[in-house]
Write a protein that binds this ligand. Sequence first.
Ligand code: MSP
Length: 511
Amino acid sequence: MDRIYITTPMYYVNAEPHLGHTYTTIIADTLKRYYRQQGVDAFLLTGTDEHGDKIAQAAKANGMSPQAYADKISAVFRATWDECGIDYDHFLRTTDDYHKKFVQEVLQKIYEAGDIYFGEYGGFYCYGCERFYTEKELVSGKCPDHQTVPAYIKEKNYFFRMSKYQQRLLETLESKPDLIRPERYRGEVLAFLREPLEDLSISRPKSRLDWGIPLPFDGEHVTYVWFDALLNYVSVLKHKGEEVFEAYWPRANHLIAKDILKPHAIYWPTMLMAAGLPLYDHLNVHGYWVMDSGKMSKSLGNVVRPLDMKKRFGMDAFRYFLLREMPFGQDANFSYDALINRINADLANNFGNLVSRVLAMQQRYFSGAVQRLGDWRQEDTALRDKFAQAEGEMKQHMAALQFHRALESLWGAIDHANRYIVQTAPFTIYKEEAQRPRVGEILHHLLEAIRTSAHLLAPFLPDTSRQLHTLLGISADEVNSRKPWGSFFAAGHKVSPPSVLFPRIEPEGEK
Ligand code: MSP
């Protein structure tokens, strides 16, 4: 059986879930549902990253112990994904015992193999990124990500011989062009690897920071947060048993944004090499959501919280916007205007109207009973073919993680269905008694268009798809039926009267 292992980053517990975290988690969920629908066994991992300076400092600022603080925020992440209907298979916390144990095992193994050594290091440390920067990487002396002046820290640390694996990583990237995608991020990593790679400091003295996993070979030091966190992708599979590990590793598709490209594209593969494990299948890197009004920040009061979005717009409408708006790999702009326009135009008008018009006519003309199909006319075949074409295109776009293009293709078919109504004019020809059987056929084809949409939409808008199946009177065990167009509905099968799927949104002065 085909299998895929999909992961989100383990989110830091120093902030509550916002738009950025939600986007990655939603695309992960969409991918999982998509692969499941294709008969692929998919496992989705998400969770929280809880060790390190950043978390210790946030806990302190909140007057809590790091553990109590991590417990609290991690629970918020988990509850949020539950509320959002994210179909994850495991929620990992880097403070889980099995994870800590695995990190120590790997450290010990790499240490014994001679790839970890003790040395002194001085460098510019950004707490926001939890990593050292070289002078060259800083922009006007500041961290390019956080625009803060990093602290100069000199201390004795353990180092991972990352440089030893530079050549092998470079060769792998050259021989596997889709290991890191889209191409622009692969290009960035290749450019980086053309410069000499430094070894990676992987410990912090306990005297400075004790919120971390102790090194198994030196209790005076704790593990550097990235060395700890990255191993989550494997620790969970090992925890579930050797068979689960064998089943899903290395079929990993990691999903991240560009902010954490370097740890995932350089630290992680070299760590896997040193641990004697095969590399992941793909590192999929998306861009950043930026706010119309500037940077999203607590102080500006413009943080987009997923549960607020669910309440105001509905989860599926919010999902639709995120998936439709961002071309995977590029940055995208978040604005309430764009969100409301898309919901009203694509969901309420275009798709919502199609469904309500068809169900209303079915009700009015035939009391909801599906009519028999006669000979197909050219426009009927064209409608079916348009949906088949959309499905084919969606497959290609999903393989390239082009969610927005997949939805665009489907909406092309939905547009076509709306035009089919105008062209065939069932509401006009119904007036002639002799034409009524044809009206029944037209509506039958339109119900097929809705049934096909419900199927193709399921990974993207799962609740809507469920609602549509209910309206069409399709039972749970029939939802995945791929019976050909025209042979699903028996004559006399009852569909429901319309109900509003996507209410029109009136702007309320959001910015
Ligand atoms: N803890 C690390 C990841 C360790 S994985 C082994 C971390 N956590 S984080 O909480 O900062 O999450 C970063 C991720 O959140 C990004 O890679 C992306 O998935 C998501 N996003 C956070 N802000 C974002 C945007 N503004 N736009 C898009 N996604 C971003 O880094």
